[in-house]
Design a protein around this ligand. Structure first.
Ligand SMILES: Cc1cc2nc3c(=O)[nH]c(=O)nc-3n(C[C@H](O)[C@H](O)[C@H](O)COP(=O)(O)OP(=O)(O)OC[C@H]3O[C@@H](n4cnc5c(N)ncnc54)[C@H](O)[C@@H]3O)c2cc1C
Length: 382
C-alpha cells in the first residue's frame, strides 16, 4: 500500500531506491547486523547513486524533492534492504543536514552539505547528553567565545554514526540557562580535543554505530556556527518535527515488512494438517496488523502533507501524534509477527526477531513517547 500523496514521481523514486537496496544492502544486511557494522564505502555508493540527495535542493547538492520523497525512499530502503541498522546509519544526514540547509550560509552549504550529498561524507546530529536527552533546554556542553573561535567542552551520548562522522552538528550552550542560550555548531572530525568513544552495544539497530562524544577544550571557528548565536532552540524543535515524521515512516515500513514476513510464514507453516492461515485466529491477527499499519500510514501521510503545506504549528503536534501511533503500532505488529513465527520467531536467523528488537528504539529515540505526549498536550492547549 502506498501513501495517498504518491505520484508517478514517488513511484520512480521507489524504483530507484529499491534497485539500490536490493543490489547493495539486501545481500549483506543480515551479516552486517551481526557484525554490528556496514562498510563505510556504502555512504559513497549511496551518494553516487543519487540516493543520499533525495529531498534536498539541487542548489545544495541534492536531487530535489521534499519530505514526501524522503518518506518513500526510507520505506523502500527498509522493505528491499531488510536491514534497519544499515538504513539508519546511512541516513543520519537526514537529521544532521536540514538545519544547515535551512539556516546555514552558502559557504556552509558548500563546506558541509554538498560533500555529504555528492560524495558520501558522513554527518551526525548531537543533541543528547549523558545527563539527559529529553530536557534539551538544560543541555550542558559549553561553548565559550574566544576571538573568532568557540572553545567547546562537554559530552554527548547515543549519537548515531558518531564514531564515523566527518562532522557533527552539535547543540551547545553559548549563553545563559534555558532554551535561549543554545547554539548549533558544526564540529569536525580531527579537531584537537574531539574524541568519539568506541561503539555502544545496544538492543537493536546493530548495523548502525552509536557513540559517546567528548569535547575537551575543542577550538572551533565561529564560521562553523549555524544560524544566530543563542538562537538554535527553535531550529532544533523544527528539526525534531521532521525527524519524528520520518521515524513514524520508519515504523510504518518496519511493520509492513514484519507483516509481509508473517503472511508468508503463516501461508507456508502447517499445524494440525493445515496452514496457519487456515486458523481464524491467525487471519484475525493478520487483519489487526494490517488495520493498524493502515491507520499509522494514514496519519503519517497526512502529517507529511500538512508539513508540505507549511502548517507548522499543526505539524509539531501531528508529528508527535504520528510518532506515538506509529511506534505503538510497530511494537505491536512486530510482536505479533514473532508470535506467528512461533519458536522460529525467537531465533536470530529470523528477520522478525531482529525487527522486534529494532522496533524497541522508536518510543525512545527522537523524543520519547512521554515527551511526545507533552508536545501533544501543549499543542492541544492543556
Ligand atoms: C539507538 C539510539 C540512537 C540515538 N541517536 C541519537 C542521535 O543521533 N542524536 C541524538 O542527539 N540523540 C540520539 N539518541 C538519544 C535519544 O534521542 C534519547 O535517548 C531520548 O531523547 C531520551 O533521552 P534520555 O535517554 O536521556 O532519557 P531521559 O531524558 O533521561 O528520560 C528517561 C525517562 O524519563 C522520561 N521523562 C523524561 N522527562 C519526562 C517528562 N517531562 N515527563 C514524563 N516523562 C519524562 C522519559 O520519557 C524516559 O522514559 C539516540 C538514542 C538511541 C537509544
Amino acid at each position: 500500500m502506498a501513501y495517498l500523496f504518491e505520484t508517478e514521481e514517488h513511484a520512480a523514486i521507489r524504483a530507484t531506491v529499491r534497485k539500490f537496496a536490493l543490489a547493495h544492502i539486501a545481500p549483506h544486511g543480515a551479516k552486517w547486523e551481526e557484525d554490528e557494522e556496514f562498510p563505510i564505502e556504502l555512504y559513497k555508493t549511496a551518494a553516487t547513486a543519487g540516493i543520499t540527495g533525495i529531498g534536498y535542493p539541487e542548489a545544495v547538492g541534492g536531487q530535489g524533492g521534499d519530505l514526501s520523497h524522503v518518506l518513500v525512499a526510507i520505506e523502500e530502503k527498509i522493505l528491499a534492504g531488510r536491514s534497519v541498522g544499515t538504513m539508519v546509519g546511512l541516513g543520519t544526514h537526514g537529521i544532521a543536514l536540514p538545519p544547515i540547509v535551512r539556516f546555514g550560509t552558502p559557504q556552509q552549504h558548500e563546506r558541509f552539505v554538498a560533500p555529504c550529498l555528492r560524495e558520501g561524507k558522513i554527518s551526525s546530529l548531537a543533541i543528547t547528553e549523558p545527563s539527559g536527552g529529553s530536557d534539551v533546554a538544560s543541555l550542558r556542553t559549553r561553548a565559550v567565545r574566544d576571538g573568532d573561535h568557540y572553545v567547546i567542552t562537554g559530552a554527548k551520548t547515543f549519537i548515531t554514526s558518531g564514531t564515523r562522522a566527518d562532522f557533527v552538528t552539535t547543540a551547545v550552550r553559548t549563553g545563559g540557562e534555558g532554551h535561549g542560550g543554545i547554539s548549533l555548531i558544526v564540529i569536525e572530525k580531527g579537531t584537537p580535543g574531539f574524541d568519539a568513544s568506541k561503539k555502544l552495544k545496544k538492543t537493536g539497530w546493530w548495523a548502525s554505530d552509536t557513540a559517546e562524544l567528548h569535547f575537551d577544550n575543542c577550538r572551533v571557528p565561529v564560521a562553523n556556527r549555524i544560524g544566530p548565536e543563542n538562537g538554535a532552540f527553535p531550529m532544533i524543535m523544527q528539526n525534531f518535527a521532521a525527524e519524528r515524521l520520518m521515524l513514524a515512516g520508519q515504523c510504518v515500513a518496519i511493520a509492513e515488512l514484519a507483516y509481509r514476513e508473517a503472511i508468508a510464514y503463516a501461508r507456508d507453516r502447517q499445524a494440525f494438517g493445515k496452514p496457519l492461515t487456515g486458523f481464524q485466529v491467525t487471519r484475525h491477527k493478520l487483519a489487526d496488523m494490517a488495520s493498524q499499519i493502515a491507520a499509522a500510514r494514514s496519519l503519517t501521510g497526512e502529517t507529511c502533507v500538512r508539513a508540505l503545506r507549511g502548517e507548522q504549528l499543526e505539524v509539531a503536534g501531528l508529528a508527535a501524534k504520528a510518532k506515538n501511533v506509529a511506534t505503538d503500532m510497530c511494537s505491536y505488529v512486530c510482536d505479533q509477527a514473532v508470535q506467528i513465527h512461533g519458536g522460529y520467531g525467537y531465533m536470530r536467523e529470523t528477520l522478525v526477531e531482529r525487527l522486534y528488537r529494532d522496533a524497541r528504539l522508536y518510543p525512545i529515540g527522537g523524543g520519547t513517547r512521554e515527551i511526545m505526549n507533552e508536545v501533544i498536550a501543549k499543542t492541544e492547549g492543556y
